[in-house]
Ligand binder design. Structure first.
Ligand SMILES: Nc1nc2c(ncn2[C@@H]2O[C@H](COP(=O)(O)OP(=O)(O)OP(=O)(O)O)[C@@H](O)[C@H]2O)c(=O)[nH]1
Length: 392
């Protein structure tokens, strides 16, 4: 994934320039001065600023070396020219937006290659203190974590190892006069080591902060996705008007019940419930009142039915009730009780009624056939005058 894209994921950004970072103001100001107000360019320049800070630290160390006598000015000038030119080219490409034509607009690979050359070159010219030239190499390589694939990282690693190997071979085979300069004996090693840490640690801190911002952004995004998924699942399985499970969810639930009953040698009943004269309710009172009657039915039914029973909106003014572990006699009594309870809902001055057909699962039979039986009984209930429950 493009590291810019990951960084810009966090919507809870406190900082407009570095989303999700909560970076210190001064760091933002430096970036803003360098990048303008474009947050994506600012993020790309983070690597550049980090690398430049490391180069500057190395330069200062080598400058101390010149003063101390273990480094001479022409060697330092050559290295500095290379570093200034390569960082200037990187900056121009990043700042102008020219780098945006590449798959990695942060120019990570290019910056790592330049870093490796600078480190090799530093190793060649730093004489007795050449080990310090290797530390920036480690920092610069961490950039790879943000944008590169393992193949690119592997190629860069081989390049770094091969080029340093060549430098080491060169230093051994053709030792230059400065390699083991006598000035080494008087070097203030501890102070110089401290300066190295001073240079390297802030750079590592910037990289760690960036990784932490990425992690936070990804966690936020994952939480959002989890919530969205739960909402999508709820919407996909719930009837919006009544809040009951919908037909899709219920069909799946019926299949599970069928498997459970057949596997455990138990039974269950289904009932199809169709509200009576619903068209008349709609026509006389309007669709909104019709909706209100559907909601009133659902609430009353849910409140009088046992928690184990599952009521779903099957479509229109039709509902389906699943009664697990219940035989048809008990199911019919339950439906009769429901019918009586619903009569207390008054719509347009009349009690709300329904016609229902109840069927018990026939072992081994497809649950859809059980539903067909219940449906036929519901139609018989309609034909024989409505407001009744039939189980045969
Ligand atoms: N308000 C409202 N009406 C609905 C909804 N879904 C279906 N209907 C209406 O329910 C009515 C069903 O009418 P019919 O199938 O003729 O049945 P009925 O009038 O109930 O007659 P019987 O079933 O024979 O007693 C239609 O007018 C549909 O428009 C809904 O979500 N809200």
């Amino acid at each position: 994934m493009d590291s810019d894209a990951v960084d810009s994921l966090d919507p809870s950004s406190a900082s407009p320039l570095l989303p999700g970072w909560a970076a210190p103001r001064w760091f933002e100001r430096v970036l803003q001065a360098l990048a303008g107000r474009d947050p994506r360019r600012a993020i790309r320049l983070v690597q550049w600023v980090t690398a430049s800070g490391v180069y500057l630290g190395c330069f200062l160390l080598m400058a101390i070396g010149v003063a101390d006598g273990w480094m001479d000015l022409p060697r330092l000038a050559g290295w500095t020219t290379f570093v200034v030119l390569s960082t200037a080219v990187s900056y121009a490409a990043l700042r102008s937006g020219w780098s945006e034509r590449f798959s990695d607009p942060a120019l990570t690979e290019w910056q790592i290659v330049m870093g490796v050359i600078a480190a090799d070159w530093g190793y060649l010219i730093c004489g007795p203190l050449r080990t310090i030239a290797l530390l920036p190499l480690l920092v610069i390589f961490l950039f790879a974590a943000f944008a590169l694939r393992w193949r690119q990282i592997a190629i860069l690693t081989v390049f770094a190892l091969a080029s340093l190997g060549l430098v080491v071979f060169w230093l051994t085979a053709f030792p230059p006069p400065w390699r083991d300069s006598p000035a080494a004996a008087t070097l203030p090693i501890d102070q110089l080591n401290y300066i190295v840490v001073l240079v390297v640690l802030p750079a590592l801190a910037v990289i760690a902060a960036r990784l932490s911002a990425l992690r936070r952004a990804l966690r936020t995004r994952r939480e959002e996705l989890t919530q969205l998924l739960a909402e999508v699942q709820r919407l996909a399985t719930t009837d919006e008007l009544t809040g009951l499970p919908n037909r899709r969810w219920m069909t799946e639930r019926l299949r599970q019940e069928q498997q459970r009953a057949d596997g455990e040698d138990t039974t269950f009943c289904v009932a199809i419930v169709d509200l009576d004269h619903f068209k008349r309710i709609n026509d006389r009172l309007g669709h909104a009142e019709g909706d209100a009657a559907l909601v009133a039915f659902s609430r009353r039914a849910r409140s009088v039915l046992p928690a184990r029973d599952v009521l779903a909106r099957w479509g229109g003014e039709e509902f389906l009730l699943l009664m697990p572990a219940v035989e048809i006699e008990e199911a019919t009594i339950r439906m009769e009780y429901l019918r009586q309870s619903i009569l207390r809902i008054m719509v347009d001055g009349r009690p709300l009624t329904f016609s229902a057909g109840v069927a018990q699962h026939v072992p081994g039979q497809d649950v859809l056939d059980d539903l067909r039986t219940a449906d036929q009984r519901m139609y018989s209930a309609k034909q024989s005058g409505r407001d009744r429950v039939l189980n045969a």
